[in-house]
Design a protein around this ligand. Structure first.
Ligand SMILES: NC(=O)c1ccc[n+]([C@@H]2O[C@H](COP(=O)([O-])OP(=O)(O)OC[C@H]3O[C@@H](n4cnc5c(N)ncnc54)[C@H](O)[C@@H]3O)[C@@H](O)[C@H]2O)c1
Length: 452
């Protein structure tokens, strides 16, 4: 039979055929079953074992497929570790659809990549983009992420940001700086995107209002598109300005706001509102993991000195011995949060399981006149106050209700205005006068609270 010809290898040894009849070879190991005899015959078992070993080796060495939903999950998979973890509240949370009502589902948490890392192995850092990372808030966020061991890519067009804010990371292999305008698309392989790029002070965002709204709409669309493409988690830094001139006080996240759609601030306010809309539509429509922070007035080192924001204005004016300019009657209120508190809130939000929006601000409420008094106490008790006509659409009151952030993120600000202001003052003093004149101005300032 042709088949048996193919497997019969005993031609050489076979006796010469004389009769046309070949006797069957005698059966060795007659006590074994037919299939076992077949397996043991002619090293077949050995070949089977070698084949299995090769297949297992290939399976173990092959790179794992990248899960669509999370770059961090891929990172975890690469390290062969489980990224499903128990959230702070003990609930398991889900990678998508983990909004405010999402507690109780199962989730990959990029910040917790690695779940349980074997002893002796360092936790692999995340790859994170920070747009606007050369700006005031962005640069402080970058510092914290770098400290944590992540690889950070800053994308910034330097409209209001400065290289000086991140120069201390130059030369660190975990840090990259890309000059890029977010209005144009960009492709980067990352696990998380903190989207901050946008001028934040009225002076800057009113400078070119069309560019401001373009940054908020087209820039946000581009970064959401990137997040979708690479499966990254996306965090939007929105603003308390979405509440406009609020009719509810303090402002809760469920309040929809009172915004003028055609005013001089609308490019920023409405731009951020649209950015929030886009973020939620990508979340609902494309299953994207998103987070939204509504940031209230924040101050600290590295703020632009002459950016028209009230804290930086007062501090620079007091240092230069100029009068503190108060717009209107000075009774309008704001709440001021120190930048490290905000950065902590942003990181908790990104790592947590809730979409938001979350108010991130310090509920301590000050009138402009009270703020001027704190600045006087800290820098120069003799600083004069000068009243000017109020600007258009200036909100009368601002104070965050942070109950939601307290409950769901376990976050609240720690640094009071009187603690934080001196830290900002020493940075401003260096930048306004240069290091060498620091001592002289410190002497004159020490007549104040003596806290700088
Ligand atoms: N600081 C606050 O009090 C405050 C309050 C509410 C919201 N926010 C939000 O936080 C974010 C950061 O604010 P900030 O105070 O650090 O402001 P900032 O002006 O210091 O930083 C913004 C950064 O974005 C960059 N940028 C602007 N347009 C860009 C573009 N088209 N492409 C690329 N980069 C661009 C700037 O160069 C700058 O580095 C902003 O989105 C802002 O709306 C801040």
């Amino acid at each position: 039979m042709a088949g048996s010809e193919l497997i019969y290898r005993g031609h050489e040894a076979a006796p010469a055929e004389t009769t046309g009849y070949s006797p069957k070879p005698s059966k060795r190991l007659p006590w074994l079953s037919r299939s076992a005899r077949y397996l043991l015959g002619e090293h077949r078992l050995l070949f089977a074992l070698v084949g299995m070993a090769l297949a297992s080796a290939l399976f173990l060495l092959a790179p794992p497929p990248r899960p669509a939903g999370s770059g961090a999950a891929a990172e975890a998979a690469r390290f062969g570790v489980v990224a499903i973890v128990v959230s702070g509240g003990g609930a398991l949370v889900s990678p998508h659809r983990s909004g405010m009502g999402g507690a109780g589902a199962v989730v990959m948490r990029p910040g917790s990549v690695g779940g349980k890392v074997p002893l002796g192995l360092r936790r692999k850092g995340l790859r994170i983009v920070v747009t606007g990372g050369a700006g005031f808030v962005g640069s402080h966020l970058v510092d914290r992420l770098m400290e944590r061991g992540d690889s950070v890519i800053v994308v910034d067009n330097f409209f209001t940001g400065r290289k000086e804010n991140v120069v201390h990371h130059f030369g660190n292999p975990n840090f990259e700086l890309i000059r890029h305008d977010v209005v144009e698309p960009i492709l980067l392989e990352v696990d998380q995107i903190y989207h901050l790029a946008c001028p934040a002070s009225p002076v800057h965002y009113k400078f070119n209002p069309v560019k401001t709204i373009k940054t908020n709409v087209v820039g946000t669309l581009n970064m959401l598109g990137l997040a979708k493409r690479v499966g990254a988690r996306f965090l939007l830094t929105s603003t308390s300005e979405v509440y406009g001139d609020p009719l509810q006080h303090p402002q809760v996240e469920t309040y929809w706001g009172n915004v003028n759609p055609i005013g001089v601030r609308s490019c920023y306010d409405e731009g951020k509102r649209t950015a929030e809309t886009l973020t939620m539509d990508y979340h609902r429509g494309a299953n994207l993991e998103v987070r939204i922070a509504r940031i209230f007035n924040t101050y600290g080192p590295r703020m632009c000195i002459d950016d028209g924001r009230v804290v930086s204005n007062f501090v620079a004016q007091a240092l230069r011995k100029e009068p503190l300019t108060v717009y209107g009657d000075g009774k309008q209120t704001r709440s001021f949060q120190y930048v490290s508190d905000l950065v902590e809130g942003l990181m908790r939000l990104m790592e947590g399981e809730h979409v938001g929006p979350f108010n991130l601000g310090n509920p301590g409420e000050f009138t402009m006149l009270e703020l001027a008094k704190v600045v006087q106490d800290t820098i120069d008790p003799n600083a004069r106050i000068e009243f000017r006509a109020n600007t258009e659409d200036d909100p009368h009151k601002r104070k965050p209700d942070i109950t939601r952030a307290k409950e769901l993120l376990g976050w609240e600000p720690k640094i009071s205005l009187r603690q934080g202001l001196p830290l900002m003052v020493s940075d401003f003093r260096k930048r306004v006068f240069g290091d060498h004149t620091d001592a002289a101005t410190t002497a004159s300032a020490s007549g104040g609270a003596g806290s700088s």
